[in-house]
Ligand binder design. Sequence first.
Ligand code: ZN
Length: 377
Amino acid sequence: MTNEVLIRQFFLLIDARAILKIPIRQQDEDWWAWELEKHGNYSVKSAYRKLYVMNSRGDEEMPSGSGDDSWKKIWKLQVPPKVKVFWCRVLHEFLPAKEILHRRHTEPTAFCELCGADRESIKHILTECTAAKMFWQEVKIITGVKLLSLHPVSWGSDLLMDELCNDKEWAIFIIGMYSLWMQWNQRRHGDVHKPVSVAVRWSLDTALDLWNMNKPMKPVKERNSVQRWRVPLVGRFKCNTDGAFYLDQGQSASGVALRNDAGLFVGGQVRWYPHGLDALTLEALACRDGAALARGKGVQRLILETDSQEFVKLWKEGANQRSRIASIIRETREISSSFVDFSVVSTSRSCNRVAHVLAKQVSGDNRLGEWQLAQPV
Ligand SMILES: [Zn+2]
């Protein structure tokens, strides 16, 4: 019996392949080496890392020492832990796509129930299926970013390892695919899944945050081109408003930040909206909440800033418009009548960042319906 036959007989296929790849030395004596470190010496850190990967996979079928570079890249990502776990599972094909289950003999068929394709692979779910195509089409319309054509086998590690695209595109792909996976899971469990526009909006918000976090600081010279938030004229207050989506829960929140003519915070507020809303409705509610907060604090002259140009356009059209946010606009107008001076203006996303960050503060355990940042003036 040859060595190769013996190895194949005694080891799992995936380990046998890894063992057979090791070049055989003819003259040197054998020695023990710790495979998880380049220098060959044992380290506790690498052992823990290995254990962690094995636990997160939930089984033992991992060839020794493989995939370490991908692992490092994944755990360095500035993304929520769930997204990291998702990518770990993508790389190890530890996700219940039908094609994978079929291969493991736990699913009689491999076809996709949504579009009828022969094989419902992970790549199919995330890039090729009907829902994925709609998702990436909408991403392209909003951002101009087009999904790359990816290698059928190595696409997951290519996306994580290679310099296939710029950082912004990369963030959109990483987060977008996670979002599509969430959608797929909800469909599979018979839950009501979110409209594609909500999933896209959440993905782009999160991806943009990720991209901003990873972006190296620009030299001072270039900063002039980035719009900055400006203090209002003397005697006026400015309220920045924005919304944020929570994909897991299908819920959303508005965030508002009120500042005076010295640029100091007067108050802030986050309001949780438990029902799935579309982006425009959420922006409109954020504006209404901002106006109400300022009125509650006795502000007389207010500039309301939003990064929704659509809201500003509809606001300017006045009482005659019949958009789906007409009633929210009416309510905001009623609130605005108690101000001496009130205007709504659009601003860039970079100027409105504080409101966006606020709107993201009610996740996890901190889901309060409403809270204040500062004492009333
Ligand atoms: Zn499909």
